[in-house]
Design a binder for this molecule. Structure first.
Ligand code: SAH
Length: 359
């Protein structure tokens, strides 16, 4: 049994079945045995690889968009350059290389919102020369003009799942039967779920992510109060139904209820509720843009060509081409990953997020 399994067994014996959100939170963030707390999950030796780990091209494009937004919004200083869930610090390092080319951008206060001590150590190594600050939550970051990025952060936040019944909704809970065991709670009326999902066919699974909506509302409130912008990238869709809860271990899909604490648990991000929460708090939201389309609009192909030409080694040149394809091609990360921008109500959206009518 994994060390976390014993914790879960006790918890469920004590309180009865727990929500999927509690299960995810314990598995990912238990102070001692949580997946993100105890390990360094990213990269070839870890369980999964993310876009910034594929190539510097990703962070350069996203950094250019975010810093253009800063310029277009009047270059407010000082400002907070924030990343949620920075992993190994690679994306922030690439963004800061772009920032070094932008006059005045050295006024940025760099904030990393990260709960994992192991990953904080890794970020401190990557960003040693940049003197970043760390926070556990966005609301601990000073209330400055906010320029924020989050890649594969919202997919790690705890979700709840409900199954449509004949009259109401049954929550999908986690009980215990010699291991974590999914089961269904009683059928209850859930007016908020009716409002959001209507009455889909009996058996339809829907998901909510209250933690994600709360963070989107916090971002939206700050963008309403000061000039700023945010770029959120994750795998998911504008809205949808269905069970997207999954585990990944050793670069392969695993059973999310086996060996709790040893696999990464995620769910697809539904962007509509995030945009809705930010807009309700006073920000504006872009349409959803596929990662491949966004990176093309930001000039990734020309940049990849320049980068490839600068390599003397043919294998390195090929590596740039492979990374470009991996980040943008519809059969790779190009359409699975989607991007949403948020901005202050009267500022422009960051480049790459203009609606088709304005482009
Ligand atoms: N953005 C990085 C890493 C993605 S992995 C990349 O693209 O490579 C998810 C990151 O979010 C990790 O750094 C993890 O420790 C962090 N994280 C997960 N849940 C969190 C939470 N509730 N609060 C703060 N950070 C969290």
């Amino acid at each position: 049994m994994s060390p976390l399994a014993a914790v879960l067994e006790r918890q469920i014996a004590l309180t009865g079945p727990i929500s999927l959100a509690e299960y995810m939170m314990l598995c990912l963030s238990h102070p001692e045995h949580g997946y993100y707390i105890s390990r360094n999950p990213l990269g070839a030796a870890g369980d999964f690889t993310t876009a910034p780990e594929v190539s510097q091209l990703f962070g350069e494009m996203i950094g250019a968009s975010l810093l253009s937004a800063w310029q277009a919004q009047g270059q407010p200083t000082p400002f907070a350059l924030v990343e949620l869930g920075p992993g190994r610090g690679t994306l922030m390092a690439d963004i800061l290389r772009v920032a070094a080319q932008v006059r005045g951008a050295e006024a940025a206060e760099i904030w990393l919102v990260e709960t994992s001590p192991a990953l904080r150590r890794r970020q401190a190594e990557t960003l040693a020369s940049q003197q970043p600050h760390w926070a556990n939550r966005l609301d601990e970051v000073p209330d400055l003009p906010l320029f924020l990025v989050a890649n594969e952060f919202f997919d790690a936040l705890p979700i709840r799942q409900y199954v449509r019944g004949a009259r109401g909704w049954q929550e999908r809970l986690v009980g215990w039967d010699s291991g974590p065991q999914p089961l269904l709670g009683p059928e209850l009326a859930q007016p908020l779920l009716d409002q959001r999902f209507g009455t889909p066919p009996v058996g339809t699974v829907v998901e909510t992510c209250a933690a994600g909506e709360a963070i989107a509302a916090e971002i939206g409130g700050r963008l309403a109060a000061h000039p700023g912008a945010a770029i959120l990238i994750d795998y998911g869709a504008w809205a949808g139904t269905g069970d997207t809860f999954q585990a990944v271990r050793d670069h392969a899909v695993a059973d999310p209820f086996a060996e709790p604490g040893l696999a990464d648990l995620t769910a697809h991000v539904a962007f509509a509720p995030l945009a809705g929460a930010a807009v309700a708090a006073g920000a504006q939201a872009s349409a959803l843009v596929a990662q491949g389309v966004l990176l093309e609009r930001l000039g990734i192909t020309a940049r990849a060509q320049r980068l490839a030409n600068a390599q003397s080694d043919p294998a390195a040149r090929q590596g740039v081409a492979t990374a470009h394809r991996r980040l943008t091609h519809p059969e790779e990360m190009g359409t699975l990953f989607q991007a949403l921008a948020l901005a202050s109500p009267d500022g422009p959206l960051p480049p790459g997020f203009e609606s088709d009518d304005d482009a």
